[in-house]
Write a protein that binds this ligand. Structure first.
Ligand SMILES: [Zn+2]
Length: 274
């Protein structure tokens, strides 16, 4: 699933490729892929893409006529920028043609947990998937992070995945952040001492920054805007490494299920009782 680094990689590429370009038309092959604003699709024709914003794992393209186009990539989604001549593969649900170059943005998503939404800028504040998101990992201050953890009895891994608290982490970067911070994923969030919480916040930001620099992680379907793969999967230390030796200490990486999610950790580097 595309997480913060993958979506941020796409956002930055969109900024380079489509800012200032005019939407020549949108075609939708599956109406149920449009979460909101299906009847407003035609209003977007002729509008100029003015900025591309990310919150958590969601992208918003802000358009000239006070409209916004929201993209969520779900589990298997891709946004690709291709020439219009290129044949659209099966599972391409959205095609946005751009003027001046025969170029097209396409959203491809075989499992269809993603969506697009067409909203008036003023309606964005009422769109719950956008407004219910918690703090961005790069914006959350040290004191605020500690405050978020306090009183939360859920496992820290589950806490990190809750988009209403911290927005943008999924399974890969939650596991990698906890490993780097040497925090066992099953520890109650509130049990982290301030020094551990600060280390976790620091390592979370560090791993996200490194992953963005590497263009994200391609573990399944994710591709960059130009169709190439991310590189950060080669830098994972615990995610999907169960049974292999820890690169810090040589102990065998373990896998457990927490909150229904597969979780990877080193039992030596991340003791349950520190
Ligand atoms: Zn270890």
């Amino acid at each position: 699933m595309p997480e913060l680094p993958e979506v941020e990689t796409i956002r930055r590429a969109l900024e380079k490729r489509v800012l200032g370009r005019r939407i020549a038309g949108i075609s939708i092959s599956r109406e149920d892929y449009v979460r909101a604003g299906l009847s407003d699709i035609s209003s977007l024709t002729g509008q100029v893409i003015q900025s591309v914003e990310r919150r958590g794992k969601i992208l918003a393209m802000h358009l000239s006529g006070e409209w916004a186009l929201i993209h969520h990539l779900g589990m298997t989604g891709r946004i690709l920028c291709v020439t219009s001549k290129e044949e659209a593969p099966f599972h391409t649900h959205v095609r946005i043609s751009l003027d001046g170059g025969g170029m097209e943005l396409r959203q491809w998503d075989p499992r269809r947990f993603g969506y697009i939404a067409v909203l008036r800028e003023c309606g964005l504040v009422e769109f719950a998937p956008w407004t219910s998101l918690g703090a961005d990992p790069f914006d959350v201050a040290a004191g605020e992070f500690l405050e978020l953890l306090s009183g939360r009895s859920q496992p820290i891994k589950t806490f990190l995945l809750d988009q209403r608290r911290i927005a943008g982490l999924g399974n890969i970067y939650a596991d990698e952040s906890l490993f780097r911070a040497r925090v066992h994923p099953a520890r109650p969030a509130r049990s982290l001492r301030p020094v551990e919480a600060q280390k976790l916040r620091r390592e979370m930001r560090r791993v996200l920054r490194e992953a963005i620099a590497a263009g994200g992680s391609t573990t399944n379907d994710y591709q960059k805007l130009d169709g190439t793969l991310g590189e950060f999967q080669h830098k994972h230390r615990v995610y999907r490494k169960a049974g292999r030796p820890c690169r810090n200490c040589g102990a065998v990486i373990q896998r457990m299920i927490l909150g229904g999610r597969s979780t990877h950790f080193c039992p030596e580097c991340q003791p349950l009782r520190p």
